[in-house]
Design a protein around this ligand. Sequence first.
Ligand SMILES: Cc1cc2nc3c(=O)[nH]c(=O)nc-3n(C[C@H](O)[C@H](O)[C@H](O)COP(=O)(O)OP(=O)(O)OC[C@H]3O[C@@H](n4cnc5c(N)ncnc54)[C@H](O)[C@@H]3O)c2cc1C
Length: 376
Amino acid sequence: MDLDTYRTGLDQWLDEHVAELTPPYAGVGTMQERVDHLSKVRRLCFETGWARWGWPEEVGGLGGSTILRAYLGEALASRGLVDPNFYSTPEVLAPAVIRAADPRLAAEFVPLLLSGEEYWCQGFSEPGSGSDLASLSCRATRGEDGWRVTGQKVWTSFAQFAQRCVLLVRTGTQESAHRGITVLFVDMDTPGITIRPLATIDGSEEFAEVFFDDVPVPFERTVGKPDGGWAVAMDILPDERSTSLWHRGAILNRQMDELLAKAPAESLSPTAVGETAQLLLGFRARSRATQYRLASGERIGAETSIDKVLLASAEQAVLDLVLEGLSQQLVLGDDAISAQWRADFFFSRAASIYGGSAEIQRNVIARRLLDLGPDR
Ligand SMILES: Cc1cc2nc3c(=O)[nH]c(=O)nc-3n(C[C@H](O)[C@H](O)[C@H](O)COP(=O)(O)OP(=O)(O)OC[C@H]3O[C@@H](n4cnc5c(N)ncnc54)[C@H](O)[C@@H]3O)c2cc1C
């Protein structure tokens, strides 16, 4: 399936099914409503094959270029049918599971994720280990018939809705920080796991603290080699800064279009509009190139930190402009659409934190791409 054929067919299908795919609530909706709606969209897209293109046949896909996945997310997000923050998790976690896990595990679980039957979460950050991920201390020890995990994760998006967690744990000694880390694929209903949702400034409970108290995990659920998890994690981070960001860009374009249609012309400074449009276009050009590199089979890495910095700058500029152009509605409006703008504004502040903070991305660019030397 080539992109043009896919695009024409998908656009037509979306036009015909838009009523079925549109969220049944106005504005942000509750977390449960959003999860239920996304499950429905995923199921419909999977059953009709649209969400299977671009994924390998071994995990329930129909093969074809990864560009098709990029376009599906873009098409859904730009019509306001999904929130990429929720929708794009498979782009972050599934490719690494396909590459590094036992193929039987990937074949069993990836189709459940793609078809909306289940959700996965990413258990990386800890209270004392965010930017300095290699210092993580959630530990797994070897038992006779599997690992036993004890420790805590935090900022785990959608943990309270997830059936599985791609979990980073320490299995080696602290002295070999990068080498002593392992990735486990954990069932979230295992006894010993406690999930406490955390309220965010945008009013949702998008993420959670997750506590592990002597949680058993079978050895077969190890993703990659024991003590070799750092390499898997370093593969996941570029995935987090590529296709999922392309999807996010589609929402930003939609927000910009809505803003320009609704805001009184005199409320927006032409310079600010021009600069924001430039940031959006800059991100889009960069992310498009990343999509084509992925599609050609190239392994992506540290250079995706550029995509992340551009996305965060564009997202915050768009929502700053919304605050300028729709300030009355954003600050005082008490209808569902105003609540949506407010939530979008607050969420945009997180764009320079999630997926690695802007400062850390700039460090990566300086050190690994520009060879400017180590941190002082
Ligand atoms: C909306 C959202 C969703 C998230 N979802 C998940 C998830 O699903 N799973 C998950 O594991 N994590 C998730 N996170 C966590 C995210 O990855 C971390 O917040 C991020 O990596 C930063 O870590 P931290 O919060 O511990 O901040 P810290 O690492 O404590 O950093 C605090 C500040 O110091 C700066 N800083 C730190 N070190 C340096 C340095 N060496 N040089 C310059 N500046 C530095 C940082 O840039 C930041 O501004 C999410 C975060 C957000 C906001």
